[in-house]
Ligand binder design. Structure first.
Ligand code: URA
Length: 471
């Protein structure tokens, strides 16, 4: 037997180099014991056979799709995952088609594991609730969460991006994460009792949840699927669920009085954040138009909830759909470059899309972007109107025709609308410019450079205008 030692349950890089070494040394998956850290001594006793480093230059490549799958499956709680992935890697050298064969028994074990991990990641994002605690340095937010799989580290960036401005701690049985506004630290696991109970932020959640609870939409089975009872005890608003269901019909006529608008106007930073987070969670279950069905997930906006500047794109692309974040693919990289050239810091802006689901046409393995139609844009204005209502940006930049239609409520030619302010219905100021993916489609370099420079010039004007508005 060979013992392969990993640093942690989610040590993908450790698994990857051990699995490569095992395969190059021709050691079969059933001859390997996977051990985490110093771990318990293996069943066979004695010192484990050391795993020899592969000879220099010995390597083999595997499809990227497999690495993505392995990176996800490694987070699963099933101890067999390391061996199953080792077996898949070994077979892939001879059968490169394995990864695309959903009928293969090994793939039929791995794919559901990846799905369960993705679902757990989503649940942590959607159902984790911070409680506010005051310490000597002001407000701090603490949350307790009990995942089914080893997903906490993999989710750290998500919480860092969303809650960079506040100090928070996430306690879980396996480890804790602590963000002090500058550094993220890992600590030991905790228990539910280590996390604080009720505080004013719970009242905010409850008020908010009551205000959005739509009794006409109650489907208890679906609700339980999306929000398993296991998480209910961590979520203050769920304490209201039985009562809200019981009173559903009476409430259907009048609904509850507390509204999101009231909450949003009560603009303490924490309340605004809570209202935004609740909006995001609500949008994650959006079915307002058919685009939700084939998409991986809702891609909601991100950025500071008190941003003075908002950028609105068209819709998430293939990479955004997978990552769950706006503007991270090729158009996003061009966007990042252009705003940096215009001296705008993306971290200070709220970035979102007119349409929150990826619309595409499947061609073989590729998902080709398809433009959203007027109905889809209008259905999604429901969300962007509420994002705007919460954030109240001084200035909103619509990137391209879809965003401009969403922002202005009518179709406008970009050429005529760009480069000047538009007064928006809610009193904010809107600007229109091209979409970065338009620049990516320009075939000749000179033309692309020229259009890029115009785009950056638009953004510089936006930056100058924002400074004027703030003055
Ligand atoms: N294009 C968009 O309009 N939005 C994104 O988030 C990505 C690409």
């Amino acid at each position: 037997m060979t013992v392969a030692v990993l640093d942690a349950e989610d040590d993908f890089e450790g698994w990857r180099s051990a699995a490569r070494a095992l395969i190059l040394a021709d050691i079969a998956p059933d001859q390997v014991i996977w051990q985490i850290g110093d771990g318990p001594t293996n069943l066979f006793g004695g010192a484990p056979a050391a795993l020899a480093a592969p000879p220099a230059g010995a390597a083999f490549s595997v499809p990227r799709a497999f690495l993505d799958l392995a990176r996800t499956v490694i987070l699963h709680a099933d101890p067999e995952r390391f061996g199953l992935l080792h077996a898949a890697l070994a077979r892939l050298r001879r059968e490169p088609g394995l990864i695309g064969d959903p009928a293969d028994p090994l793939m039929r074990r791995l794919e559901p594991m990846a799905k369960e991990v993705r679902r757990d990641i989503h649940k942590m994002r959607a159902f984790l609730r911070f409680r506010e605690v005051a310490d000597g340095d002001g407000a701090r937010f603490v949350a307790w969460f009990q995942p089914d799989h080893h997903i906490v580290r993999a989710n750290a960036d998500f919480f860092l991006n969303r809650f960079a401005a506040m100090r928070w701690t996430i306690l879980t049985p396996e480890l804790s994460l602590d963000w002090d506004g500058e550094t993220l630290r890992e600590g030991p696991g905790a228990t539910r009792a280590d996390a604080p109970d009720g505080d004013p932020i719970e009242e905010t959640w409850k008020t908010y949840y009551a205000s959005i609870f739509n009794p006409a939409r109650v489907k208890i089975g679906a609700m339980l699927k999306e929000m398993p009872r296991k998480y209910w005890k961590n979520m203050p608003e769920t304490a209201l669920v039985p009562e809200l269901i019981a009173g559903a019909h009476a409430r259907e006529a009048g609904m509850v009085t507390a509204s999101r608008e009231t909450l949003a106007r009560d603009q303490s930073g924490a309340n605004r954040l809570v209202a935004w987070e609740a909006l995001r969670v609500e949008a994650s279950g959006c079915t307002r138009c058919p685009l939700f069905a084939p998409a991986t997930q809702t891609v909601f906006g991100e950025g500071p909830v008190d941003a003075a500047l908002m950028f609105v794109g068209e819709q998430p692309g293939d990479q955004e759909d997978l990552a769950g974040r706006p503007f991270v693919g090729p158009a996003g990289q061009l966007f990042d470059r252009a705003i940096a050239d215009a001296d705008i810091n993306r971290a200070t802006a709220y970035v979102t899309n007119a349409v929150k689901h990826f619309k595409y046409e499947q061609r073989g393995k590729r998902r080709l972007h398809t433009r959203p139609n007027a109905h889809e844009i209008d259905a999604c204005r429901w969300w962007i109107a509420q994002e705007r209502d919460l954030i109240r940006p001084r200035l909103t930049v619509a990137l391209g025709a879809t965003a401009a239609r969403s922002m202005l409520g009518r179709a406008v030619p970009i050429g005529a609308a760009r480069g000047r302010p538009h007064t928006l219905d809610d009193g904010g100021e809107g600007w229109v410019t091209v979409h970065p993916s338009y620049l990516l489609r320009i075939p000749d370099k000179a033309g692309a450079d020229e259009e890029y420079a115009r785009f950056v010039e638009d953004l510089r004007r936006v930056k100058a205008r924002l400074a004027d508005l703030a003055a």
